[in-house]
Ligand binder design. Structure first.
Ligand SMILES: Nc1nc2c(ncn2[C@@H]2O[C@H](COP(=O)(O)OP(=O)(O)O)[C@@H](O)[C@H]2O)c(=O)[nH]1
Ligand SMILES: [Mg+2]
Length: 197
């Protein structure tokens, strides 16, 4: 089973992007399941999921990159067995370390194929970087795809693009306005994921 994990600080646009991707994936006839690791209430609306026949599991009470990592693997194992989707989409909390997820799957979930997408809120990312550098860089470093989101309110400079690229280790970058213009996002993401293999 292919697992697609979305990392990115709180409010960066993960849910908005996931909704756009779900729309496109359903149109392509893909079967999807979703795991949301939420601190508060879940944000993907149930109606969308019901209409699409999508199974959603919510994991609360901690972060799946550390304190409740076992729950994520348990959920993935059950979902693979009972639903067998083409993609399991995982929305991480805004405070999750992507390296924790990568290590978890490497050590205990090697048969899953993990892909990672990191969402950068370009309007706030460089300010956040000053106060929370280890987290923000970890979310971006080594991501399979980086989405620079909210370009409708803040266009990244060339220097900013280069800085993000260096931190990521050269991951491919997509600029996006997920809220108003995200319909083509899954096509763009999936092309880049296919290149990874
Ligand atoms: N201006 C702007 N706002 C966006 C964009 N994408 C998402 N948002 C808004 O940012 C807020 C947080 O988005 P959400 O998807 O819930 O972020 P999450 O916490 O990462 O899941 C919401 O109010 C969205 O409507 C975008 O491309 N541009
Ligand atoms: Mg969200």
């Amino acid at each position: 089973m292919k697992v697609l994990a979305f990392a990115g600080f709180l409010g960066s646009g993960k849910t908005t992007i996931i909704k756009q991707c779900i729309d496109s994936m359903l149109k392509k006839g893909l079967k999807i399941a979703i795991v949301e690791n939420e601190i508060g209430a879940t944000s993907i609306d149930d109606k969308v999921l019901e209409e699409g026949g999508i199974e959603m599991t919510t994991l609360t009470g901690g972060c799946v990159c550390c304190s409740i990592s076992g729950s994520l693997l348990t959920a993935a194992t059950i979902i693979e067995k009972e639903i067998a989707p083409d993609w399991l989409i995982v929305e991480l909390t805004g405070l999750a370390y992507m390296s924790g997820i990568r290590d978890l799957f490497k050590e205990h979930g090697d048969h899953f194929k993990l892909y990672s997408v990191s969402v950068v809120d370009i309007a706030r990312w460089f300010k956040l970087l000053k106060i929370s550098r280890p987290l923000l860089t970890d979310q971006v470093e080594g991501a399979d795809v980086i989405i620079i989101n909210k370009i409708d309110i803040a266009e990244p400079t060339q220097e900013q693009m280069e800085e993000i690229s260096v931190i990521s280790g050269g991951s491919p970058v997509i600029k996006a306005c997920a809220q108003n213009n995200g319909a083509g996002l899954w096509d763009d993401i999936s092309v880049l994921l296919e290149q990874k293999g």
